[in-house]
Design a protein around this ligand. Structure first.
Ligand SMILES: [Zn+2]
Ligand SMILES: [Zn+2]
Length: 142
């Protein structure tokens, strides 16, 4: 809890209990969660909290560069506390989002394509994850 407050202090953000709560849930989960999932994990501790508030806190934390939004699925965005630039893989079978390491492409090394300056890149990859692939191979797939 203390280290979370420290992160807020460094960014000069007021650490309200609800803001801290959202950030804590994301740090603890260490994976990609939807606003609904975050809300679900916070309800017990914050009975007065609404889903709309969770959304606006996420928007605020995003602007403060404390959380990152991932739009890998078309229906729902996910959020995570990891803010460095990295790519994502979505498993079409188990619907889980994974972080994947992919070497930087040449366009990114130059940071410019046809005169366009690239400031940010997030790759979204779709397929079958390792676990699901092994299940299919073993004939355990459903
Ligand atoms: Zn999978
Ligand atoms: Zn990620």
């Amino acid at each position: 809890m203390l280290e979370h407050i420290e992160v807020f202090r460094k960014k000069k953000i007021r650490a309200t209990p609800q803001r801290l709560g959202v950030y804590k849930v994301l740090c603890r989960a260490n994976k990609h969660l939807t606003a609904e999932q975050i809300y679900g994990k916070m309800k017990a501790e914050f009975p007065a909290l609404s889903l709309a508030t969770v959304y606006s806190i996420l928007e605020f934390l995003k602007k403060s560069a404390l959380v990152q939004q991932i739009r890998i699925t078309f229906d729902k965005s996910c959020f995570e506390a990891r803010c460095d630039q990295h790519h994502h893989f979505f498993c079409k079978r188990c619907k889980v989002i994974f972080d994947i390491d992919i070497p930087r492409c040449s366009a990114l090394r130059k940071k410019e394509v046809d005169g366009f300056l690239i400031e940010e890149l997030q790759g979204y990859f779709y397929g079958i994850c390792r676990d699901c692939k092994n299940k299919v191979k073993d004939g355990r797939g459903d």
